[in-house]
Every structure is written in C-alpha cells, then in structure tokens.
Design a binder for this molecule. Structure first.
Ligand code: SAH
Ligand code: SF4
Ligand code: F3S
Length: 447
C-alpha cells in the first residue's frame, strides 16, 4: 500500500494537522494522489462543529462502500473520529482506522498496524500531555505557514464539541515554536499564522514561561517574517497587552478575530462564555483606541436555546455598535455531549434561519459602508495568486481583506514568473461587501 489521498474538512487547525499527517506519510514512503479512486489509503480529516459538517464524512464513505475488501484502506481522522470513536466501524464497516487529533503523535505506530493488515486500528485517547509536533510537515502554501502553538481547549462553552474532540489544552514550548518560525523564515515563508482554539491562554510550559503577548513580540522580530497573524482569541483571556504588542510591531497584522457569539449577556451566560456584553465591549474599546487601525471580525450563533427576540435584537445592536469588518455566522446546531442539549426551548430550524438571514443582511450593509471608506487609500498586499477569470491578481491586506488588483506592467503570470508571494502596494479604486479592487501603484517586481 503506497499511495494515499487525504480530504480535509473544518478549521485551520485541521488543515494544518493534515499538512503534518501528509508529511508523516510522505516520510514513510507513501505518494500523494489527487483523488480517492487511485489511492490505496483514503483519509478523511473530519469536522464535527455542526451537524452538517459531521454528515459530510458519512456521505463520502457511503460512496465507497462497494470498494470494501478490494484492498483500499479507509481512515477517519479528526473531530468526528474522536467524537464517534468505534461507532464509526458500525456505521461504515469498511473503515480500518479511526484516530482523533490528540493521538496523532502515535500516527507512525498506527500506520505500522495498518500496513500489517490491521482491520480496526484506533487512536482515541485524550489523555495526553504531548502536542503533535513533527519534523515532517508538508505545507500547502509556499508563502504563508501555519504554526500550532496550543492544542485542545479547556473552556466548556455549552454548544461546543471541541473540548470533547480535541482534548485538554496543551501548549508547545516557546523554544520549539520559535525554532519552527526561524526555520520557516529561512526557507522563504514571510507570513506566519499562529493557531490554537484559544491562543490567548497560551502558556509556555518550559522555564521561560512566556505568555501569548510575549510570544507575539518575539515572533514579530524573527528575521524575514513580514506578517504574523493569530487565531482564535477567546474574549475572556484576551488581555490589553496583546493590543500594545500590535501597536509596537507593524509585523503583527492589525486584525483580531474575537468571537462574541451573542450580544445578549443572558445568552452569553447560558452559553457559559464567561464574559458579559460589557466585558466584551471593553475589549473592543481597547482595539478602537489603539494607535493602529485594527480590523475586527467575529463569530455569531443565531437561535441558541432560549434566545428571545430581545436577545437577538441585542446582537443586532452589537453589530451596529462594533461595526465588524467581517462576521462568520451560524445557526445553532445541537451537538452530542454538550450542556446546551439539556436546555429547554430549542428554536425551530426556520426561526434560527430567519434570524441568520436578518443578521447577515445587517452585517452586509455595515461591510459595504466600511469597505467604501478605504477607496483611495494605498494598501500593502501579500499577493496570493492570479484569477484567470477576472484577469486580476489576488492580494490580502494586513487587515485580512481581499484586494483584487491589476498591475500596469505585470498584467498576468508570464514565462514562469509570477507576483504570487511578493508584496505589492495597491491603490484601492472600488469596494464591495466582501472585497476591494484596485491598481498596483508602483511597479512591483516579479518573483
Ligand atoms: N475556539 C474558537 C471557535 C471554534 S468553533 C472560539 O472559541 O471562538 C468556530 C465557531 O463555530 C464558533 O466560534 C461558533 O460561532 C461556531 N460554533 C461552535 N459550535 C457551534 C454549534 N453547536 N452550532 C453552531 N455554531 C457553532
Ligand atoms: Fe469551543 Fe468555547 Fe473552546 Fe472555542 S472556547 S473551542 S467555542 S469550547
Ligand atoms: Fe471542526 Fe474540530 Fe476544527 S470540530 S472546527 S475541525 S476543531
């Protein structure tokens, strides 16, 4: 068995785990293929944050039921694997491997069992102090690299499966994080994205004892690194020192993703988020009073059990007050094992959807307004690629906005040369709800 295919669902932490799993497989002599048909080993790295996400993997597995026993080996990794465990073998008997992210340090060992014909191999223990730290990571993007700094989550938000699927919090040592960053800078990466379910509770387990703000400051000073991003921040653990660090180091991108979930203190309390609306707003004020213009984004859940019309209106009012630069919003989805299952007054799908639509429309008009203010400004973009359909380069600003642009000299990739991976200075000429458009100001050089 020598070829493998991996498909990834879910968040950036999963995307990065897949890069590590891929690297580990390549190091064992496997070859990656583009589709499941040609693969001897088919892996799904799954997400279970909402029911819809969870169902995807079972649809995929269903399609290959007929291939059972034909030498193809199926493995389910990630959050559904951890949540469903051995039940996956019942629902999809052709699966041979089920492993959650807290067990990936055992991956080489699990692979040996699979290679030796193991039929029901599992890695499901959450009882680990270790993080999945491997020298074999195979990154998908040549310019922007993810680094996991903390795994798992110690919060217990009433709606959320993550504490069950990713286990308790484990921070990596600052020495290993910094070594990885320096090595990445040495091999040409210019943007680092620090990952964790709650990066603010990062605590260096070694004697150095760095907190998150300290890690940010050190990261900002790594030679060759031009941009540092981080996600996700939990409002409860978000301290002012993080804003101070962003003010001090332009290398730290001026964008903070600070999920609020609801604008109603009542709902927040039932969600067990550990902050009130006022406490959340204080953090927003820190950002608004910073020297740099910090873009703010958030996550919101509509129709949490017991959410009244007044609670929902409080969330809409919060949108107006904060004026987020972008919002990820979701209908509440009841999840196994979570506290919110026991709450009475579940709302209908229809009502959750109605609120979601209203919220998204409100936010759309806020974004139209906010983005239009940027017309005329000059923005530095990391060029991500070229869009053949529109004939524009795709750039990203430090505030994490997409800025599509044309270039006076370098109108398209040519003779193997591209602007991707370079930084361009772009004049914004037009704006929409979700992106900006512009023209490169100076003739940026092609890589
Ligand atoms: N650790 C991050 C978020 C992880 S999940 C944090 O604490 O903010 C990403 C987002 O999915 C959450 O912020 C929340 O808005 C949403 N989400 C999580 N569980 C959900 C559920 N059961 N139903 C709907 N949305 C959910
Ligand atoms: Fe889930 Fe809350 Fe942990 Fe985020 S902080 S991963 S929402 S339990
Ligand atoms: Fe999904 Fe697991 Fe991430 S549930 S959002 S893949 S932590």
């Amino acid at each position: 068995m020598k070829t493998f295919y991996i498909e990834t669902f879910g968040c950036q932490m999963n995307a990065h785990d897949s890069e590590k799993v891929t690297g580990t497989l390549l190091a064992r002599g496997y070859t990656q293929v583009e589709g499941p048909e040609a693969a001897d080993l088919v892996l799904y790295n799954t997400c279970s944050i909402r029911d819809k996400a969870e169902q995807k993997v079972f649809h995929r597995l269903q399609q290959f039921k007929r291939d059972a026993g034909k030498g193809k080996v199926f493995g389910v990794l990630g959050c559904v694997a951890q949540q469903e465990g051995e039940r996956i073998f019942e629902r999809a008997p052709h699966v041979s491997l089920v492993a959650g992210s807290a067990s990936y340090t055992r991956l080489p060992d699990l692979l040996v069992q699979i290679e030796n014909g193991g039929r029901r191999v599992t890695g499901l223990s959450l009882d680990t102090e270790e993080t999945f730290d491997t020298p074999y990571t195979r990154r998908d993007n040549p310019h922007r690299a993810y680094i996991t700094i903390i795994e798992g989550c110690d919060k217990s938000c009433a709606y959320c499966v993550v504490p069950f699927t990713r286990g308790p919090e484990r921070s990596r040592t600052s020495a290993s994080v910094m070594a990885e960053a320096r090595q990445l800078a040495g091999s040409g990466y210019t943007e680092i994205q620090l990952l964790g379910q709650n990066v603010n509770s990062y605590r260096d387990p070694s004697e150095a004892g760095w907190d998150f703000a300290r890690l940010l400051r050190e990261m900002a000073q790594v030679d060759g690194i031009r941009r540092v991003r981080f996600t996700t921040s939990h409002p409860r653990d978000f301290v002012r020192d993080i804003i101070d660090a962003i003010d001090e180091f332009p290398t730290l991108c001026n964008h903070v993703h600070l999920p609020v979930q609801s604008g109603s203190t009542e709902v927040l309390s039932r969600m067990r988020r550990q902050y009130s609306r006022d406490e959340y707003m204080r953090r927003i004020e820190w950002m608004k009073s910073a020297k740099r213009d910090i873009a703010i984004s958030t996550d919101i859940i509509t129709g949490f059990p017991g959410e009244t019309e007044a609670d929902f209106n409080a969330t809409l009012a919060l949108l107006d007050e904060v004026e987020y630069d972008s919002v990820f919003s979701f209908k509440y989805s009841p999840r196994p094992n979570t506290h919110a299952l026991a709450l009475e007054t579940q709302l209908s799908e229809e009502e959750k959807g109605r609120r979601l639509t209203i919220l998204q429309e409100r936010q759309r008009s806020i974004q139209i307004r906010r983005n239009s203010r940027l017309v005329g400004t000059l923005e530095e973009c990391l060029v991500e690629g070229y869009n053949l359909a529109t004939g524009q380069w795709i750039g990203r600003t430090t505030q994490n906005r997409t800025l599509n642009f044309t270039h006076p000299v370098f109108s398209e990739p040519r003779d193997g040369r591209t602007l991707a991976g370079t930084y361009a200075s772009v004049r914004v000429t037009r704006s929409g709800p979700n992106s900006l458009a512009g023209e490169a100001a100076a003739a940026a050089s092609a890589a």
